[in-house]
Ligand binder design. Sequence first.
Ligand SMILES: *Cc1c(COP(=O)(O)O)cnc(C)c1O
Length: 375
Amino acid sequence: MTPPIVPFGDLKRQSAQIGAELAAAMQRVAASGWYILGAEVQAFEQEFAAYCGVTHCVGVASGADALYLALAGLEIGPGDEVVTVANACMYQVAAILQVGATPVFVDSDPRTHTMDPRALEAAITSRTRAILPVHLYGRLADMPAINAIAARHGLAVVEDAAQAHGAWLVADGGPRRAGAWGTVGCFSFYPSKNLGALGDGGALVTNDAALAERLRRLRFYGWGDKYVTIAAGGRNSRLDELQAALLRVKLRYLEDWNAARCERAGWYAELLATTPLEPPPADPGHVYHLYVVASDARDDLRRRLGAAGVGCDVHYPLPAHLQPAYAHLGYAQGALPHTERQAGRILSLPLFPELTRVEVERVSATITAALSATG
Ligand SMILES: *Cc1c(COP(=O)(O)O)cnc(C)c1O
């Protein structure tokens, strides 16, 4: 296989840029002799809570664990329903099933790809306990509308913010970031996320002190005092000192990196403006975890880009409600028309902070040529 002319992602570029700082952080942790739940995790939790604009942060082992622990911490379980979307891969669905609850899917808005609040209201039943929107591709779901519906029905809101570190929407006169809207926000620090560790990691953020305390116990076997289990359903899900130290370095660059992502999104919008591709709407506060365009000629375009050495991907090709493992939930083809239609049209183009202007021009020229060949 020939190496791609433009890669879909390249984490080496970021690590090289801040290599000396990362090495110093690793050295500091190695020399400390303390590797689990120590000063680095505590400092990162404070710094990330402040960044998100909340009072508490609990570091955990992954984004998937954060979603599970959020639901367990809210004591959601068998007999309960959690309303969510089907176009956001399957992480949050697995978490809902792991606590024994039932996922209820609603359609996504075809413009923003996030939860459609109009569909949400109709999906709420007497068994609904929580709403779980996903801030897909780096754009916040319509949180003012979702929070209003949650308040009206007395429901918890769990944000899946794994693709939206630093994304914001304006509320009550000022911008409010992802994780600061719901009852609890869940983050992943998988290496390719906007804020990524050099391994696995995750976090929960909340303004609820009692919930934060429960989450701290649940990530640590459910212990209160040492060897005394006071919370059932606990597991081992801790953020390492090493990853926390690395994340503290990277958090200082997050705003710059998000700005770089937005700048590159702007370049694509400019260079692809005359093509029939549907660009992602350039709403303020979007942090472009992914740059997702839509086209009826997606499959052909994807093939041509691949042949030309341009990395691209589809996030995600098969909606959750049609996944083989979830057939027992009883959704048929056609249940979520917008979600299903977009799954066949979306295409993610290379977008990361270190992507060069020349690379964006090369991708855009390849797309323009491919689309004119398609006719
Ligand atoms: C990456 C991701 C997760 C899972 O995070 P991990 O750290 O890989 O477990 C959950 N939700 C969304 C939307 C994601 O993009």
